[in-house]
Design a protein around this ligand. Structure first.
Ligand SMILES: C[S@@+](CC[C@H](N)C(=O)[O-])C[C@H]1O[C@@H](n2cnc3c(N)ncnc32)[C@H](O)[C@@H]1O
Length: 203
């Protein structure tokens, strides 16, 4: 029987699969940061931060004033807090959480297709989570053009994975209010279409 994304990632944290996942995402995430981080001092939030490895990586970078993470998995957040007592990690569902402050950068790697209505979170991030001129950067491997990913809901036993095309994601960013929306495919090779990376800016 399939389970919810958060149930599955709780189990992944328990058996240590979060670390392999971080290794697998590292190359794309480094490029996403390169595409989105400003040269001026900035605050940063990782939406769906897993064990928090990107929060810690970004906090060590020049210009980072504040780096925080949120994830729905109790066990991912427990790990993040055990590794790192200085940055804040919130345990909540992204669709109902409201941050107590706004950020310059909202980053999210391999999370948005686990949401029933990703367009609603994008709009909320644009309207309420970001500072003026702030950026949203999203990376996903599960999308229509990356056909090798299409069997992941079966393979991973996850009951909520929404499959959209690159154009549909671009449209969602634009309809949420983002400007200068840019889509890039990172590390594409052979039959792997690459990590689809979208960056959008708030006016
Ligand atoms: C594939 S993992 C990626 C984790 C991290 N971004 C990384 O690159 O290592 C997806 C993460 O999204 C979280 N997640 C999925 N749906 C969520 C939701 N509705 N609210 C909060 N977190 C969610 C899961 O708990 C999991 O940690």
């Amino acid at each position: 029987m399939k389970q919810s994304p958060i149930e599955v990632f709780n189990q992944w944290a328990e058996i240590g699969k979060d670390e392999g996942m971080a290794d697998g995402h590292r190359s794309a995430v480094l490029q996403m940061l390169e595409l989105s981080l400003p040269e001026t001092p900035f605050s940063f939030l990782d939406a769906g931060c897993g064990n928090g490895w990107v929060v810690r990586l970004v906090k060590s970078m020049e210009g980072c004033l504040l780096s925080e993470g949120i994830d729905g998995s109790v066990k991912m957040i427990k790990k993040a807090r055990e590794i790192d007592r200085s940055n804040r990690y919130f345990r909540d569902d992204l669709t109902s959480w409201s941050p107590s402050q706004t950020y310059d950068i909202i980053h999210s790697m391999e999370v948005f297709y686990y949401l029933e209505k990703p367009e609603e979170l994008l709009a909320k991030i644009h309207d309420k989570w970001l500072n003026p001129k702030g950026r949203m950067v999203m990376g996903i491997d599960f999308y229509k053009e990356n056909t090798v990913s299409h069997d992941w809901p079966e393979k991973c036993g996850i009951n909520l994975m929404r499959l959209f095309s690159e154009q549909e994601w671009i449209q969602m960013f634009k309809e949420a209010g983002f400007e200068e929306v840019n889509a890039t495919r990172l590390d594409a090779k052979d039959n792997w279409a690459g990590t689809l990376c979208l960056v959008g800016q708030k006016s």
